[in-house]
Ligand binder design. Structure first.
Ligand SMILES: NC(=O)c1ccc[n+]([C@@H]2O[C@H](COP(=O)([O-])OP(=O)(O)OC[C@H]3O[C@@H](n4cnc5c(N)ncnc54)[C@H](O)[C@@H]3O)[C@@H](O)[C@H]2O)c1
Length: 278
């Protein structure tokens, strides 16, 4: 998609942080906006900020874990704009703490938002995108934690983001023949409220709770979301398989895969030893 001006962007989790920054960047690009968040007050505020930048925008209170909510977002988007050219499935939450100690509800909530929320976006929008004339690009927000596992990270979140990466890659190959682009965005640290997701856990998943786990501390080299957002749009324009806004985190990935390659070498040696010993 070469030109964003006049195109329609749909953004979930847009009430704050990365989603808000993406919204305002899309507004600056002249896009028409359909934005959604669990927090109805915040999302209205962000829509007001986008309009102040000259963008056409509507806001909806949406829980991405609810299929009907996203269906309603899609219906309204197509009723008002007739198409959706850039779908940013961004809403996500983070749970910290040792994997063994994570509760059922930690797993349910995290997967309901981080994985099923993305899936709901895809299910609601792809059938409609297939019928539209204009271009269609989907960006699913995963994480560096979807590419690697780190000792200071949390198993529940890491598992959910690995799932998003896997699903997004398969979806990309499935939809490419139809001309629908799919990208996987893997941020590696933004200065947002994400580590305090517990503040907005909905009642159906147990409501507000205090994190028992110690703070992760400051994320290494966190970027400001407004510096990250233009990089996301540039990656989406190029329909990158991965949108890498934090290239300075590449050693996390190479170190992780070097360890995996070492185990492949060990696997080859073990196979040889077993064959020659047979
Ligand atoms: N901040 C980081 O360092 C970082 C790093 C990697 C990936 N990410 C990913 O970015 C995404 C958002 O992170 P952020 O940093 O912008 O966080 P944030 O906490 O600042 O914003 C998240 C927004 O999502 C909304 N939200 C939460 N649950 C929702 C639901 N069920 N339905 C709709 N909206 C919901 C919240 O109300 C909030 O406005 C997540 O997918 C997260 O995993 C963030």
């Amino acid at each position: 998609m070469e030109q964003l001006a006049g195109r329609v962007a749909v953004i979930t989790g847009a009430g704050r942080g990365g989603g808000r920054a993406l919204t305002l960047e899309c507004a600056r690009e002249g896009m028409r906006l359909a934005i959604a968040d669990l927090d109805g007050d915040r999302i209205e505020q962000v829509a007001g900020e986008a309009r102040a930048l000259g963008a056409e925008a509507f806001a909806m209170a949406v829980d991405v874990s609810e299929r009907d909510d996203i269906e309603a977002l899609a219906e309204r988007t197509y009723a008002e704009y007739g198409e959706a050219n850039l779908l940013l499935n961004h809403a996500g939450v983070s749970v910290r703490g040792p994997t063994v100690d994570a509760s059922e509800i930690d797993w349910e909530w995290t997967f309901a938002v981080n994985l099923r929320g993305v899936l709901n976006g895809i299910r609601a929008f792809v059938p409609r995108m297939r019928e539209q004339e204009g271009p269609a690009q989907i960006v699913n927000t995963a994480s560096l934690s979807g590419l690697v596992a780190r000792a200071n990270e949390h198993g529940v979140y890491t598992a959910s983001k690995h799932a998003v990466v896997g699903m997004t890659n398969v979806l990309r190959d499935e939809l490419a023949p139809e001309g629908i682009g799919v990208s996987c965005w893997c941020p590696g640290g933004m200065a947002t409220n994400q580590t305090n997701s517990n503040e907005y856990r909905p009642e159906k998943f147990g409501g507000y709770y205090e994190f028992a786990a110690p703070s992760l501390g400051k994320l290494p080299n966190p970027m400001q979301p407004e510096d990250v957002a233009p990089r996301v749009l540039a990656g989406a324009r190029e329909n990158r398989r991965y949108i890498i806004t934090h290239p300075h985190r590449i050693s996390d990935v190479t170190d992780y895969y070097d360890r995996m390659f070492a185990d492949y070498e060990a696997g080859a040696r073990i196979a040889d030893e077993l064959t020659s010993g047979a």
